[in-house]
Design a protein around this ligand. Structure first.
Ligand SMILES: [Fe+2]
Ligand SMILES: [Fe+2]
Length: 222
């Protein structure tokens, strides 16, 4: 019985100090959004966290930021040398910072990535490149659709974490709020670059957002 209890404590990360894999020290790099968390800032604070909720949140957010990176990579492959290349690159750079942060959070909170990453790798790139083949407006329509879905998704997570305990999840909330603001900004950049003038904008946006919902549903669970 005691052996089983110890195994459960181990699986929950209890009864031993949290170790930051990679042996990294110091402060996290400051991403575009300006949030800075200390590495291993969750040390000693994993006790009492709602594991299923945290697992789900970090796994899906990591998958989302990974997918966003692949979308912008696909758009840059097609439109990198066009007039919107620098705008897309700027948004992509922020997504790289977001992904880096969730890579770190996965280690700190001991969350495994979704098994669907190889699929999001291909699907994200195909979506990015495919939308860019419709032209600059098509790429921006894709950005508006995806970023709106992601910022709504982050808002829903913020509500969940506030209900769970804003003090307990203070640092995670800070990260998600900052990223939500960044995604909102990407959404607005898409609109400023004539996303709504893309061919079949409404159909395209609805289809992409349905895909985002499915991706979120799956990445939270597997
Ligand atoms: Fe992002
Ligand atoms: Fe974004």
């Amino acid at each position: 019985m005691e052996v089983a209890a110890a195994a459960v404590r181990r699986s929950l990360g209890q009864g031993r100090p949290l170790r930051c894999g990679l042996g990294l020290r110091g402060r996290w790099p400051v991403p575009a959004g300006g949030v800075s968390l200390r590495r291993c800032s969750t040390r000693g604070s994993l006790e009492g966290v709602n594991r299923p909720v945290i697992d789900r949140i970090i796994r899906v957010d990591h998958a989302g930021e990974y997918g966003a990176n692949r979308i912008y990579a696909g758009q840059m492959a097609v439109l990198g040398r066009s007039s919107v290349g620098p705008v897309i690159q700027q948004m992509w750079n922020q997504e790289k910072d977001h992904l880096k942060k969730f890579d770190e959070l996965m280690v700190a909170y001991r969350v495994r990535p979704t098994v669907l990453l190889p699929f999001w790798n291909v699907a994200g790139f195909v979506l990015g490149a495919g939308s860019a083949l419709l032209g600059k407006k098509g790429a921006m329509a894709c950005t508006v659709a995806v970023e709106e879905s992601i910022s709504d998704h982050y808002n829903s997570q913020i509500r969940t974490l506030v209900e769970e305990g804003p003090e307990k999840y203070k640092e995670l909330l800070q990260v998600i709020k900052q990223f939500r603001d960044d995604e909102r900004e990407h959404h607005d950049i898409g609109l400023e670059h004539d996303a709504e003038a893309a061919p079949a904008y409404s159909v395209l946006k609805t289809a992409i957002q349905l895909g985002c919902k499915a991706a979120i549903f799956l990445s939270e669970r597997i």
